[in-house]
Design a protein around this ligand. Structure first.
Ligand SMILES: NC(=O)C1=CN([C@@H]2O[C@H](COP(=O)(O)OP(=O)(O)OC[C@H]3O[C@@H](n4cnc5c(N)ncnc54)[C@H](OP(=O)(O)O)[C@@H]3O)[C@@H](O)[C@H]2O)C=CC1
Ligand SMILES: O=C(O)C1=N[C@H](C(=O)O)C[C@H](O)C1
Length: 268
């Protein structure tokens, strides 16, 4: 019999969480042992319309959930504040977090990294689990060696809470590692409407669009004399994130520290 990994999903009735449940259902080596959200406390997953037919129960907070079930991995797909608390609680309970939630501050990421190291427990936090998006970020990092002029345009559905997206921030951080620092645009440029030039990350500009109909899309546009290079990724469906989440679950079981970004697990 295949060894089972016992999984808790937080944010399970959300857009990503419900897709994660469908992913768990497809894998014989994963068993759903619990879900956390605020709306379905005490219900079994199979009782909620539109969700797969699992017997596991919903809990209204992570502490009660971990007291009630024995879990190996927490998949967190909630919101920044909630995700931070869940990740910390999981690490302290010996449950390995796989976190897609975006919007953590650098201080929070640092604290969680130190905590995982202290506890010697594996954790993965990835702003984007779509393999194509991870490659888009890596290609952008490579291009930044040769093109210091760059602007990032990210486009998401209008239910998204954080801006810029976690992916855009991570892309800018990766570019920053290679790029010769410069402030994008004319030195004397002035915004006649505040925000027109987007957010400033180390002199790079990040533009965030929010519209119904979009899922998750990003263009990284590099400029040089007489040429532009655009590196673009589109997630048209939330299924695009699921193979990355499964990949992270498989790896997190063998880690003893926190890894930020799926690229670190995709090196070989
Ligand atoms: N890393 C990646 O590849 C991806 C990451 N994301 C990120 O995942 C997160 C979720 O996105 P998405 O699914 O679109 O958002 P949704 O708003 O659809 O889902 C969030 C879920 O979290 C639940 N929630 C809120 N508060 C709590 C709480 N205290 N305890 C438990 N559950 C809670 C919400 O419940 P309720 O509705 O009742 O408030 C909701 O079901 C975001 O941070 C997003 O940026 C998204 C896509 C890909
Ligand atoms: O909220 C979303 O939808 C997404 N969030 C992540 C982010 O902030 O980058 C990943 C993906 O872009 C979808």
């Amino acid at each position: 019999m295949t060894k089972q990994t016992k999984v808790v999903v937080a944010g399970a009735s959300g857009k990503m969480g419900s897709e994660a449940l469908r992913m768990v259902e497809k894998h014989d080596d994963l068993t759903l042992v619990g879900c956390v959200d605020l709306q379905h406390t005490g219900m079994q997953v199979k009782e909620v319309e539109g969700l797969p037919k699992f017997d596991a129960y919903f809990y209204d907070n992570i502490d009660t959930c971990f007291e009630s079930v024995d879990a190996d991995v927490l998949i967190d797909l909630t919101s920044p504040k909630v995700g931070y608390k869940h990740t910390k609680t999981a690490i302290l309970n010996g449950v390995r977090p796989v976190v897609g939630t975006t919007g953590f501050s650098n201080e929070e990421l640092k604290e969680l990294t130190e905590l995982a190291k202290e506890q010697k427990i594996g954790a993965v936090i990835a702003p984007n689990f779509a393999m194509g998006a991870v490659l888009m970020m890596q290609f952008s990092k490579w291009a930044a060696k040769h093109f210091p002029d760059v602007e990032i345009i990210e486009k998401h559905h209008d239910q998204k809470l954080d801006a810029p997206s976690g992916t855009a921030v991570k892309t800018a951080e990766l570019i920053q590692e290679e790029r010769t620092q410069k402030k994008q645009g004319h030195p004397d440029e002035e915004e006649t409407i505040k925000g027109a030039r987007g957010a400033d990350f180390d002199g790079m500009r990040i533009h965030s669009m929010r519209l119904p109909g979009l899922v998750a899309h990003q263009e990284v546009v590099f400029g040089g004399p007489g040429e532009n290079l655009t590196i673009k990724h589109d997630s048209f469906h939330r299924q695009s994130f699921m193979s990355g989440i499964k990949f992270a679950i498989d790896h997190v079981l063998h880690l003893d520290e926190l890894v930020y970004g799926l690229e670190h697990l995709m090196m070989d």
